[in-house]
Design a protein around this ligand. Structure first.
Ligand code: SF4
Length: 430
């Protein structure tokens, strides 16, 4: 791949020339060079940021529990003079990661629980999450899967992968497979080609998604060879993970365009991060930038309850406020679905501003983004539902302490119907 020209740098001088003086353009553009030369120690961190003694101590403390890895490319985007640089905050460990929040857990989304075979999560009826590696090119400080991301930096064994494929093969309800990790693109083209080919040979698998942060942190990975390979297996969707407009560099945009040109529809999943993107104006720039790069904003996630990321969480009201600033004010295409991935494995739950002000059997009263109020007359005939349970005749509010009411009273954090189908797929149920 030819070295990308970068605005502000002279011809022939690539982005890495400053911090990595000896590196050639060819090496810089080689994704395997980027992975092999990741910043993975305190000494190497000093090449890209200046750390005060207190910050240095914080990094040391953090690295006793969590690892660090940053691609030279992503590190080159850090503003060394700005302690609040949004790239820096996503990449450089801090002492805050050592503190544990009241609700923190290793696996808040129950991905390992809803796992009929190791490395595969079957949560929703018709789709599965299929882990192809635990490796990432960079270990994001806000990672929700940090319990496993980077634990071995290896792809699973062939037997482990075959067990996952076999589960998909013998479960005809699955029509959508998300290949993830770690980062799904941190394995070789040959392995991905094999997995995509096997999945494509299963008639019930309609679409395949690749979950990857490489367009953001390792755009060199999106090679012409890789693009040629995925063309053979369409429909293949790519979900990526941009969090800040500063990540939309010329190289990153070009990587997205290569994927789009290869026929892969692109979606983006942003995590709402305190101090990084919890600002309506930053978020609007990000969403507009993504659309220009042919990437559809898909989800805006509330930061999960994973261990050591409490400092990144905002109140959910901030997420609602951000959507309020987007919906109606800009193209609907630029408005992602704001979701909380519910603790306990209940899945993604959309939350957002309220647009329905009131309703009667005849009218729905609505407001728009300007605050203008209108009504919509419901079509007749309409059969009104009762206030009471049709079976036992009791008023619904006369049953305190159960269901959602119990959650609102703080008695429980989640609910699972006893007859929920996915319970039967859990290993302990067998
Ligand atoms: S790329 Fe994804 S899985 Fe890997 S560290 Fe970042 S957030 Fe976690």
């Amino acid at each position: 791949m030819k070295s990308e020209s970068v605005p502000g740098l002279a011809a022939g001088v690539h982005r890495g020339s400053r911090a990595w003086p000896g590196v050639t353009g060819g090496e810089w553009d080689d994704w395997r060079w980027q992975v092999s030369n990741r910043i993975a120690s305190i000494e190497q961190l000093a090449r890209v940021v200046s750390l005060s003694p207190a910050e240095l101590h914080g990094v040391e403390e953090c690295l006793k529990t969590f690892r660090v890895a940053i691609t030279p490319y992503y590190a080159s985007l850090i503003d060394p003079l700005d302690p609040h640089c949004p790239i820096r905050q996503q990449a450089i460990p801090t002492r805050a990661e050592v503190s544990q929040g009241q609700d923190d857990s290793l696996d808040p989304l129950f991905e390992d629980t809803d796992s009929p075979v190791p490395g595969l999560t079957h949560r929703y009826p018709d789709r599965v999450l299929f882990i192809v590696t635990d490796q990432c090119s960079m270990y994001c400080r806000h990672c929700t899967r940090r319990r496993m991301a980077g634990q071995t930096d290896h792809a699973p064994t062939r037997d482990q992968l075959e067990a996952r494929l076999d589960y998909v093969r013998r479960t005809p309800d699955i029509r959508d497979v998300v290949l993830s990790g770690g980062d799904a693109l941190l394995v070789s083209d040959a392995l991905l080609d094999y997995l995509l080919g096997e999945l494509r040979s299963m008639p019930h698998v309609e679409i395949i998604r690749l979950a990857t942060r490489t367009p953001v942190v390792l755009p060199q990975r999106i090679t012409p060879e890789f693009c040629r390979m995925i063309r053979k297996h369409h429909p293949v969707y790519v979900n990526t993970h941009f969090n800040h407009p500063n990540e939309l560099t010329e190289e990153a945009v070009a990587a997205c365009e290569r994927l789009a040109d290869a026929g892969a529809p692109l979606g983006n999943q942003t995590v709402l991060l305190r101090g990084v993107n919890d600002c309506p104006h930053v978020m609007r720039r990000l969403m507009h930038g993504l659309l220009k790069a042919r990437v559809r904003p898909y989800y805006l996630y509330q930061c999960d309850l994973s261990r050591g990321i409490q400092h990144f969480r905002t109140p959910t009201s901030r997420g609602v406020e951000i959507i309020e600033h987007l919906r109606g004010h800009t193209s609907g295409l630029a408005v992602p679905a704001y979701c909380i991935d519910g603790p306990g494995g209940v899945g993604k739950i959309p939350v957002g501003p309220e647009y329905v002000l009131s309703r009667s059997p005849e009218y729905l009263v609505l407001r728009n983004y300007e605050g203008a109020i209108t009504s919509y007359r419901e079509p007749p005939p309409y059969v009104a539902g009762g206030e009471r349970c049709e079976t036992c005749g009791r008023r619904h509010e006369e049953q305190p302490g159960q269901g959602i009411a119990a959650i609102l009273e703080g008695k429980r954090t989640s609910l699972e119907p006893a007859e929920m189908e996915r319970r039967s797929r859990r290993p302990q149920a067998k």
